[in-house]
Ligand binder design. Structure first.
Ligand SMILES: [Zn+2]
Length: 175
């Protein structure tokens, strides 16, 4: 059912689009509380990531499920539990959301080429019942990225050390 007037819908969507949307604030506060520091809306990076953590070489995008077509197949654009495309002007919305999804993908590809990690946080993952778990998992991912980038793997996972120690021997026999 599509009961909203065009004007009302425009207002709602403008609100969703504004900079300090609630989901983004939840991520900002949650990461700050966990000791992470970041920059906001980095203009010079592709896609203007919502949060940029230089120390972790990581960009975080906080995506609205509707606008970014969460769980929606790019080809069919069938409705998902997260993104229901309005029946009115369906072609318009399909085209718009498809473009958004393609743009997201392209921007993240560019960022990866520049050596950035990307984390996408979905609005639905920030519901009160899931929020803390989601924020913990972002924190975990960031720490994991840092350890990987700094080659700290072997001290974290002693079982890998044995494998690493054998590698020079294998290399030697090839010389
Ligand atoms: Zn979602």
């Amino acid at each position: 059912m599509d009961k909203l007037s065009a004007e009302q819908r425009h207002k709602n969507m403008a609100a969703i689009h504004s900079k300090d949307t609630k989901p983004e604030m939840i991520v900002r506060r949650g990461l700050w509380k966990r000791g992470f520091r970041y920059r906001l809306n980095h203009k010079r990076l592709p896609g203007h990531p919502d949060l940029v953590l230089r120390k972790y070489r990581t960009c975080i995008f906080v995506n609205g499920c509707f606008w970014h077509g969460h769980l929606v197949d790019v080809q069919t654009l069938d409705n998902s539990g997260c993104c229901k495309i309005p029946k009115t002007n369906r072609d318009f919305w399909v085209a718009k959301i498809r473009r958004n999804k393609e743009r997201d993908k392209e921007e993240q590809r560019k960022l990866a080429e520049m050596g950035w990690h990307c984390i996408t946080v979905w609005e639905c993952e920030l519901k009160p019942s899931k929020r803390e778990e989601t924020l913990d998992s972002i924190a975990f991912t960031l720490n994991h990225i840092w350890l990987q980038d700094h080659g700290a793997k072997t001290t974290l996972y002693p079982q890998l050390e044995e494998e690493n120690m054998q590698m020079p021997m294998a290399a030697e026999s090839e010389v």
